[in-house]
Ligand binder design. Structure first.
Ligand SMILES: [Zn+2]
Length: 309
């Protein structure tokens, strides 16, 4: 979905080790994830860094990622012989799922790796039932550090944060140009909220973190505590978006709440190429019109254009 240049997600750099961030993110999920979900999707789950709360509160969980090595690790940790946890390799812009099949989608630190967030958000909206929730976290283009870096770059000719576009223009800000296929895009809140709204996803609330408070956390417990309190004091306030680079946004699909009838994974799978029904048999998943996808080690590989050796 990235103009043919999907980043190398097998790269170990995609494996985040961020104790402060993880602690905070778990506390946000604790507050944001609805209590009882029939079908949940962790979209871009990686190695399942933040999947615990989703599992606790959902009858069935689909772990979806583009990286086989990360998904294998997620499976090792979360499968545990449970028949209601599923592991799928797929392009997040071509979800192998039927319309209105999910009650909850979480997608943490994924959006800012995508050059076309519109496709990703429209896929989420398509797959959610009315009343279902999407929780997205990403790096914010409204963050003051970006603006400051841009100004400093202009004055001193430096390349702080590798900022590619003018953040004042309201366009997407691109950063981190090396390697070129691992860019980070800083989307502004207004853009994401408008995009989501045009696709029937209603914005509910945002939580913010990172930046100054992350740095403060490295200076001992007292400083960390003060910064955490300050951070909490501005949660949900409009100014927060300018202070913290990372955000969690919660959306709900318009319409009355529906509870799906689907029991089995087969009931909600759809071919990522032609959207027809999928049947699982032996070591493959096959759609009505004959597209076939390998099933190995309990992982279905719906990535399009991957060698099917
Ligand atoms: Zn097909």
């Amino acid at each position: 979905m990235d103009g043919g240049s999907i980043p190398d997600y097998e790269d170990p750099d995609f494996t985040i080790n961020d104790p402060y961030g993880t602690e905070f993110e778990l506390s946000v999920l604790e507050r944001s994830v609805p209590k009882h979900n029939r079908w949940a999707l962790d979209a871009g789950c990686g190695y399942g860094r933040l999947s615990e709360i989703i599992c606790e509160r959902s009858d069935r969980v689909i772990f979806l990622d583009y990286s086989l090595s990360n998904l294998r690790r997620a499976k090792e940790k979360y499968y545990l012989g449970e028949s209601n946890r599923y592991f799928i390799l797929a392009d997040i812009g071509k979800l192998p799922l039927k319309d209105g099949s999910l009650n909850l989608i979480t997608s943490i630190r994924v959006l800012h790796h995508l050059s076309t967030p519109e496709i990703y958000i429209s896929e989420f909206s398509r797959c959610l039932v009315p009343g279902g929730y999407a929780i997205l976290s990403f790096n914010s283009g409204d963050n003051a550090a970006i603006l400051l870096s841009f100004i400093i770059n202009r004055i001193l000719g430096t390349n702080l944060m590798g900022i590619g576009f003018n953040p004042l223009s309201g366009k997407t800000v691109m950063a981190g140009n090396s390697p070129p296929n691992r860019r980070i895009y800083f989307y502004r809140y207004g853009h994401i909220i408008r995009t989501a709204r045009s696709m029937d996803l209603r914005y509910i609330i945002a939580h913010y973190h990172g930046g100054i408070s992350d740095s403060a956390s490295r200076h001992g417990a007292i400083v960390s505590n003060i910064s955490r309190r300050a951070e909490n004091a501005v949660f949900g306030k409009k100014i927060s978006r300018y202070l913290f680079p990372n955000s969690y946004m919660v959306f709900s699909k318009s319409g009355s709440i529906e509870s799906g009838e689907h029991e089995d994974l087969e009931d909600i799978l759809a071919c990522p190429i032609c959207r027809t029904d999928i049947r699982l048999s032996g070591y493959k998943a096959t759609c009505t019109t004959g597209h076939s996808f390998p099933l190995r080690e309990g992982i279905i590989d719906f990535r399009i254009g991957m060698p099917s050796a």
